[in-house]
Structures are given as structure tokens and as C-alpha cells.
Write a new protein. Sequence first.
Length: 254
Amino acid sequence: MIPIADPLFYLLAVPALLLTGISKGGFASGGGNLAVPAMSLVIAPPQAAGIVLPILCAMDMFGVWAYRRDWDRRTMTILAPGALIGIGLGALAFGELSDRAVKAMIGAIAVAFVLHAALRSRLVRASDAPAAEAPAKGLFWSALSGFTSTLAHAGGPPLAVYLLPRRLPRLRLNATTVVFFTLVNYVKLVPYALLGQLHGGNLATSAVLLPTAPAGVLLGIWLSRRISDRIFYRAVFALLLVTGLKLLHDGLAG
């Protein structure tokens, strides 16, 4: 029941989790991918994922309350089955991958997400009309999102590939994303407990970091109503790119 004592861990974890909370509050959703990559610079990725999950669940409570009237129910009926499939597959893979493999995967996801974000505005603007619902595509990308979320809480990029071309209104997009990951995170509690990632030491560390949940989400809600995403996105993506490249190098060269 003793939390992590390394000051460097908290130096990385606190700002990363605040950015995650800000993201869950609806401001600059790319920030949500930084927590596990940042922590993985100091501790093993599975342990980082285990520490982060309870905090994400707390953040989700605030996010769902804030967006409870705005999510797209039709879209969620498409996404939910795939999410459950992906979580199951991720749980099976969780204990089979080495730390090096997980670091390389997290790094690749982080770098791919930054590159995708750099291109997506052009791709979306180039489209003549919003993409169709395409349930089969929704099932595939939500399953991939559930899989990567289970391994590293990095489900944002696959979900964005499906949702962004749909051109949902910003409020509905934010709300649907929040509800989707609330479902994913609370379901993930079961395999994480069975895999031993919610042990006393990890939960004690989560408790120390728990105040970042309401602080980040409430700040994100406040910022989303007052400030453009552009500057925040650039800072977060720069941090995510550097972190992703470092993890990719460590995973491939370690």
C-alpha cells in the first residue's frame, strides 16, 4: 500500500494527468494520449496503465455529468460492441507483450496520432460531405480503440479515424467521445483487476494523483468555452511527439 516515491515520476505524471483531464473536459482532445507515455519514461508501461485507470474513471464521472445531454446515442450503438471486443482482445494480449514491445507500440501510436492530427484538418476539409455512419467501419475502429486503450489508454487515435470524418458538431463529438471512453474505462476495470494491475501500491499512487481528476476536467470545460484549441494542441502534440519518439527508440533499441 506504499505509493511510488520517485519525484521524477510525479514531475511527469501530474502535468500529464492534468492535460488528460483538460482533454476529457472537451478542450483539445489530443492531450488525453500523454499520460501513459510520459509515465512510461520512468516506470513499466503496464504499471503506468494500472495507475492511470482509476484516475481516468474518476475523470469520466465529471465528463459524463457535464455532457450528459449531448452525446449521440445512434453512434454509441455502433461503437459499443466493437469496444467490448477490443477490450477482450487487449486483455488477452496484456500479459503476453514485453515491456519493450509495449513501449514500442505506445510510441508508435503516439507518433502516428501526431502525424494524423497534422493531416486530418486538410483531409476533413477536402471531403465534400460528412462520411456515412458505416457500421462495419465503426465496429472495426472502435474495436481497435478498445484494444489500444486496454493496453495503454491510447484509444483516441483509432476512434478519431472513424469519428472525425463524420463531422459531428463539436459539442456532440466531445460528448460522444467522453461517453465512449467512460464505457471503455469502467469495463477495463474487470480485466485490470484480474491481471493484478489494481494492487495496493498502484492504487495508493492513484490516490496521491487523484486530485488531478476534478482539477483537469473542470479546467478543460472552462477552457473549451473560452479559448481556441490551436495553441494548446501545438504544445501537447509537441510533447507527445517527443515522448513517442523516445519510447519508440527505447522499445526498438532496448
